[in-house]
Write a protein that binds this ligand. Structure first.
Ligand SMILES: Cc1cc2nc3c(=O)[nH]c(=O)nc-3n(C[C@H](O)[C@H](O)[C@H](O)COP(=O)(O)OP(=O)(O)OC[C@H]3O[C@@H](n4cnc5c(N)ncnc54)[C@H](O)[C@@H]3O)c2cc1C
Length: 414
């Protein structure tokens, strides 16, 4: 049996950085996962640490886009009907959070997190000697029409308010940023205040190694076996039984199901995405992530090759993979950049865990003493996981709650 101060459940970017921050405060910490650290969604994303991101993911609009969706030709948004019917209450709640006032609250909660995200990553990277994974690359958004560029004006509006730089590019100007782009017909928005990660799974693994070298305990185990006995949390793992007064659940897409066991309900929708690596076409390179805002895919230069990641597929957690979505994205991506052969690496799959207000759940359970939640990052956990993990670690170390973070508390769903 081992007694620790905190058990952290889940070793994705969120759990690993929570555990690392707690160790920095001197707490004894056991980190648990049933798979290898970084092998979940944290290893399968586009690796963008965005300084912008003021508007939550939108349900797509535009007749052409919906025709694509209806004909099952979209790689930006797709769904399986039975999951969507199941999600009707979630969709109602999401729509209720889509008005101007809700957007203001979202922006007020997100802006301070976005402002600290890159610095917090770099701080942990220095600690773990993992700076090689970071690039000051910026991020390029592509729009295939002027109407599409206009639909994204809200994001630029808030960027101006919060002093985040961007440049609108037309025609040949885009080639100055990314010479290998195929078309002059697109409209671009270049966001220089974004970093990108050259191997998100590798970075998560490096931070995990730093946690272990700093005296943290890592055990393979199943969070589903956690029990509460009086003021103690107990987890039986194949190696030993762990006991702690505090537990942080950072299980990504699996957190809501975990919480249900403790009679806490979080309305969650999963937006699955797929990924694959390609060689660049001969003689060309890509220097930064490029997102096609109309077709929802992103091309990111990674250590492994050019990573193509897809948009949102609304499906249940256990639904079979749909290779057609990646196939469609591959076709659309060749309008943007000359991709070469696909590399013989395993395909990627991950899920964005989204609450209807599009904000993560970060803070103490409103029902159980000593239980904390850190999940629900939707499409932004790689960027915001570290900064929010620090909020939790600071609180567990005795710091007073930050008013800034009130909007993230689990209490809002009780
Ligand atoms: C296609 C795609 C592209 C994305 N691009 C970006 C991007 O560019 N920038 C960005 O900021 N975000 C991006 N995201 C979102 C980001 O990847 C996620 O928000 C982030 O990885 C979530 O991290 P996590 O640690 O919460 O979850 P995960 O990485 O999924 O980690 C959860 C861990 O919990 C473990 N676990 C689950 N259940 C149990 C159990 N019962 N017992 C033990 N362990 C368990 C899993 O094995 C896993 O290791 C993207 C997501 C997708 C799908």
């Amino acid at each position: 049996m081992a007694e620790v101060d905190v058990i952290v459940l889940g070793a994705g970017i969120v759990g690993v950085t929570t555990a690392l921050n707690l160790r920095q405060h001197g707490a004894s910490v056991a980190l648990i996962d049933r798979a290898h650290p970084g092998d979940g969604t944290s290893g399968a994303n586009a690796g963008i640490i965005a300084g912008n991101g003021f508007c939550p993911a939108q349900i797509p609009s535009g007749a052409a886009v919906w025709l694509d969706i209806a004909l099952k030709q979209s790689c930006a948004f797709s769904f399986d009907v039975s999951t969507l019917l199941h999600l009707v209450p979630w969709i109602r709640s999401y729509l209720a959070h889509s008005g101007p006032q809700a957007l203001q609250s979202y922006v007020r909660a997100m802006a301070p997190l976005r402002a600290q995200a890159r610095a917090e990553h770099r701080r942990l990277a220095r600690l773990a000697n993992a700076e090689r994974f970071y690039r000051k690359s910026g991020w390029l958004h592509l729009h295939r029409s002027e109407a599409s560029l206009a639909r994204a004006e809200r994001e630029r509006h808030y960027a101006r308010i919060y002093g985040i730089d961007y440049q609108t590019l037309r025609g040949g100007e885009m080639h100055e940023v990314e010479p290998a782009l195929r078309s002059d017909a697109f409209f671009g928005v270049y966001w220089p205040e974004c970093d990108s990660i050259s191997n998100p799974g590798g970075l998560t693994e490096s931070l995990w190694r730093e946690f272990i070298q700093g005296g943290g305990i890592y055990l393979n185990g199943d969070a589903g076996r956690l029990e509460q006995r009086r003021s103690r949390w107990i987890l039986a793992t194949p190696r030993t039984e762990l006991r702690a007064p505090q537990v942080v659940a950072a299980l990504g897409q699996a957190t809501a199901a975990f919480a249900a066991r403790f009679e806490e309900s979080f309305p969650i929708a999963l937006g699955r995405g797929y990924g694959r690596h390609f060689r660049p076409g001969s003689g060309v390179t890509l220097s930064r992530p490029v997102t096609d805002m109309d077709h929802g895919f992103t091309l990111t230069p990674m250590e492994q090759g050019i990573r193509l990641t897809t948009g949102i597929e609304i499906v249940g957690e256990d639904a079979l993979a749909n290779p057609q979505i990646l196939h469609r994205a591959r076709k659309r991506a060749s309008d943007v950049f000359p991709l070469g052969q696909d590399l013989p690496l395993a395909g990627l799959m991950g899920s964005r865990d989204c609450l209807p207000d599009s904000l993560p759940v970060v803070g103490p359970s409103s029902k159980h003493r000593g239980l904390w939640y850190n999940f629900g990052y939707c499409g932004a956990g790689m960027a915001l996981g570290p900064v929010c993990s620090r909020l939790i670690a600071d609180r567990l170390a005795g710091a007073p709650p930050k008013r800034d973070a009130d909007a993230l508390l689990p209490l809002r769903f009780s």
